[in-house]
Design a protein around this ligand. Structure first.
Ligand SMILES: *Cc1c(COP(=O)(O)O)cnc(C)c1O
Length: 574
């Protein structure tokens, strides 16, 4: 408790100078103009920090610079994806920091410098984010490119990048004078080498040359780990020999293989997830169901669940913002106020929604030359284009879909999402959907695939469609957050029961669930045909009531303010 009172007094008082919590993430979505993220993980990191700044929490954050971004997606006329580099104006957004630190990679000395970005909260408090950069003259040409691109490159490149993040990150925080940190939060396992650096510090402090339990406890007390991946293949691991070569001198660490090897598998590898699990006193999954799956994968570890959220101010579109200013006083400061959405009259809510839909229609016309109507039921689907997200589930029974469109007086489908450059299958999904355009137009269904899904486009999409569709193969979706953004904008989800939707769905009240009995596609069509289309077309008041409950019930809970309060209570103070 002592720790808690000190924290609140210093951390949330007038002069918030000393940072107590360091948040580490390979990607962070900081601003629509900065391409330092690939998808959900980075968006969550950004939303977490934005809420932290609103709440005046004494947090600082570390990530890599990703000078050339992830990639810009272009689609040719046939719908085939091309990738372009996506550099951004570093000097426009960031302040260069003087401090430099050095790490050793495979016997080479690599210098790391950093740039600072300030995340400003509604109350004027801010959170500094340090973006690490190895583009320093003293470094070899190869090392200078280590922090250029996100999630590209082979194992060797990745382990070097992760060493920069974990080892370089902790050293950089020390160099920048953050000497009162009591918690290190690993957002996914990429940053787990930070634990190795903390162990080294303990050994040096105690003048020891081996790792004992007391030291481990000291490090564990400081570390928190959030896992995001419900599939074993999604967890980073490196050949042990490579890890030894790259990390070099850590004899004591490499003697403790129990810290980083998967249980039951003597596969000579260093697994970043096991490292993070073993070095943290608190571990969580990002939704209740995801924590259950994680407990099965990592049976020897206690895994709690804190369901993800989104940052309200970031994702609510302009017309809804004006509406909330009127009906939900204080919504920017306190997301719990979203309950008051129940007071919003039908006409006002509908008008604000139609304004958002109008903005999306204009964007579609400008980008794709397709004219979308304000009065036709419009479904949105934006996901990384990859098999488990099942982008084509909606097309499994075309005749049924045509029949639904006929009853609804037409249908409009808006797609977006990048395929990972190495995922050919994902690229074919995009192309298949683009190629259906003409056949479908004749049967009353308009389809567009919008290029380059990013923060700015996401806000337009989640607010401008009428229903947000989500069809991943359970239990592959750890949480998902785009449906939460849609809910905040009064756009209900039609989604399989996985991730956050198991908790967020109240059938017919906050949206609709796709049930797997009898087949997911069948349930999808049934819900569209029997529940959604009749409400949208004939019983509009009932449809608007679902919109209103999506904001009031889901918006007030699935936000990063509630989420951070849970981290404070369970992870940061324990
Ligand atoms: C919110 C968001 C995501 C993550 O959404 P999911 O529901 O997890 O698919 C990915 N990319 C962008 C650009 C986003 O805004």
């Amino acid at each position: 408790m002592l720790e808690l009172t000190g924290f609140v007094r210093e951390g949330r008082g007038e002069m918030m100078t000393k940072r107590k919590i360091a948040y580490f993430s390979m990607e962070i979505a900081l601003d629509a103009g900065i391409q330092t993220y690939a998808g959900g993980l980075g968006i969550l990191a950004g939303d977490t920090l934005r809420a932290g700044a609103d709440m005046k929490l004494p947090v600082c954050a570390v990530t890599l610079l990703h000078r050339k971004g992830y990639f810009r997606q272009r689609l040719d006329d046939s719908g085939w994806q091309f990738e372009e580099e996506d550099p951004w104006e570093i000097e426009k957004y960031l302040t260069p920091m003087e401090s430099r630190v050095k790490i050793t990679l495979h016997g080479r000395e690599v210098w790391v410098r950093s740039w600072q970005y300030e995340i400003e909260g509604v109350t004027g408090a801010s959170i500094p984010v340090y973006l690490l950069d190895t583009d320093v003259e003293e470094n070899s040409e190869w090392d200078r490119h280590l922090t250029d691109r996100l999630y590209l490159g082979d194992f060797y490149f990745r382990i070097c990048q992760e060493a920069v993040l974990g080892l370089g990150g902790v050293r950089m925080l020390r160099a920048l004078g953050h000497d009162e940190l009591t918690r290190y939060h690993m957002n996914e396992g990429h940053s787990a080498f930070l634990g190795l650096e903390l162990l080294d510090e303990e050994m040096i402090r105690r003048g020891m040359s081996k790792i004992d339990d007391e030291m481990l406890q000291a490090v564990r007390r400081k570390c928190v780990f959030t896992t995001h991946t419900p599939v074993p293949a999604g967890h980073d691991q490196f050949p042990l020999e490579m890890a030894r070569e790259v990390l070099g001198h850590h004899e004591a660490f490499f003697k403790r293989r129990d810290l980083f090897e998967p249980v039951k598998c003597a596969a000579d590898c260093l697994n970043m997830t096991y490292l993070a699990l073993n070095l943290s006193h608190y571990v969580n999954g990002v939704a209740k169901s995801h924590a259950e799956v994680s407990r099965l994968m990592f049976a020897d570890h206690e895994i709690d669940s804190i369901t993800n959220g989104v940052h309200a101010r970031t994702w609510v579109c302009p017309s809804m913002q004006s509406l909330f200013e009127r009906w939900i006083p204080g919504w920017k400061l306190d997301s719990f106020n979203m309950r008051s959405a129940l007071n919003i009259p039908d006409e006002d809510l509908w008008r604000a929604h139609q304004a958002a839909k109008g903005d999306l229609c204009n964007y579609i016309e400008k980008e794709r030359g397709e004219r979308f109507s304000l009065d036709v039921l419009t479904l949105g689907f934006a996901r990384r284009a990859t098999s488990y997200k099942r982008p084509k589930l909606l097309f499994e029974n075309k005749e049924w879909l045509f029949e639904i469109a006929r009853k609804a007086g037409g249908l409009q489908l808006v797609f977006a999402g990048k395929a990972h450059p190495g995922d050919e299958m994902g690229k074919f999904f995009i192309q298949d959907i683009v190629r259906m355009r003409d056949e479908f137009r004749e049967r009353g269904i308009k389809i567009v695939y919008l290029e380059n899904y990013d923060m700015a486009l996401a806000q337009k999409l989640v607010s401008g469609v009428d229903v947000w569709l989500n069809t991943p193969l359970p239990p592959m979706e750890a949480s998902g957050t785009s449906g939460m953004k849609a809910a905040l904008n009064g756009v209900p989800s039609l989604s399989v029961l996985d991730g956050w939707w198991i908790e967020g769905r109240i059938e017919g009240v906050t949206g609709w669930g796709i049930e797997s009995e009898g087949g997911d596609a069948r349930s999808l069509y049934e819900k569209l045909e029997r529940e959604i289309v009749p409400r949208y077309c004939e019983r509009r008041g009932e449809f608007i009531s679902v919109m209103r409950h999506a904001i009031a019930l889901n918006g007030s809970f699935f936000n990063t303010q509630r989420m951070l309060l849970q981290y404070l209570e369970r992870a940061y103070f324990l």
